[in-house]
Design a binder for this molecule. Structure first.
Ligand SMILES: O=C[C@H](O)[C@H](O)[C@H](O)COP(=O)(O)O
Length: 244
């Protein structure tokens, strides 16, 4: 079996959590794309759901597979978001944004009563940071912001390069929100909460790819099947983002 089979198995497992009438957040990336495809099949068989896409690419996919779409303007509160991740630690803290969709992904996950992460087991880590941390920045003052990221990381004992993410033509890649991405190659992030708070305090940083206290469940597939992982010792009370 290949990694793609594992991704599909995780996406299939997530379908079991979808109920008729649900308002869904639709994640971005290759694993979330498989979920959107499978969801489209269910919709064609009569499942009644609506989705809010977390990127323009997911919007296109959902349209192609016939998943009815809505917006956060129409539906500010969602039932469930299903999304992939670049890294997942034992507390279900995540790194996301490898596909540059982290801002809308985080807004949509935060708007959802539950978030389920779907992944193959290569995404599981003991400590976050092997995957470069994506940080979305506004174009104005981008070098000043990049240096500020470097400084706050250094203050937390993190070293490693922080590079502007560029396309093949060497131009900075532009997110759906019109921003740039810098990737922090930190290696090992021992205190993600502190880094998250420090990054959020930098003017020019729009959002960062540390998703802390957002994921309720991870469905992780490997050659042994799909396992359900729940967060151990989550550090942010669920009440902080739950709707009545
Ligand atoms: O910005 C992209 C997202 O955070 C993706 O969910 C993440 O990069 C995982 O993508 P994939 O399922 O393709 O590994």
């Amino acid at each position: 079996m290949s990694i793609d089979d594992f991704k599909r198995a995780a996406a299939e497992a997530a379908l079991a959590h979808v109920r008729p009438g649900m308002k869904l957040g639709l994640g971005t990336g290759s694993t979330a794309a498989l979920f959107v495809e499978l969801l489209g099949e269910k919709v064609s068989q009569g499942l009644d759901v609506v989705g809010v896409p977390t990127s323009e690419s997911t919007r296109e996919l959902a349209e192609r597979y016939g998943v009815p779409l809505t917006t956060l303007k129409e539906e500010p509160e969602l039932d469930l978001t299903v999304d992939g991740a670049d890294e997942i630690d034992p507390q279900l803290r995540l790194i996301k944004g490898g596909g540059a969709a982290l801002l809308r992904e985080k807004i949509v996950a935060f708007a959802s009563k539950r978030m389920i992460v779907i992944a193959d087991d290569s995404k599981l880590v003991e400590t976050l940071g092997r995957f470069p941390l994506p940080i979305e920045v506004v174009p104005f003052g981008k070098e000043t912001t990049r240096r500020a990221v470097e400084r706050v990381a250094r203050d937390l004992g993190l070293s490693g390069e922080i590079d502007m993410r560029r396309a093949e033509d060497a131009c900075p890649i532009v997110t759906d929100g019109g921003h740039y991405i810098v990737d922090g190659k930190f290696g090992r992030i021992d205190r993600p909460e502190e880094l998250a708070a420090a990054l959020a305090a930098i003017p020019g940083v729009v959002e960062h790819g540390l998703f802390i206290g957002l994921a309720d469940l991870a469905l992780v597939a490997s050659a042994n099947g799909v396992v359900t992982i729940e967060p151990k010792g989550r550090s942010i009370p669920e009440a902080s983002r739950r709707f009545a």
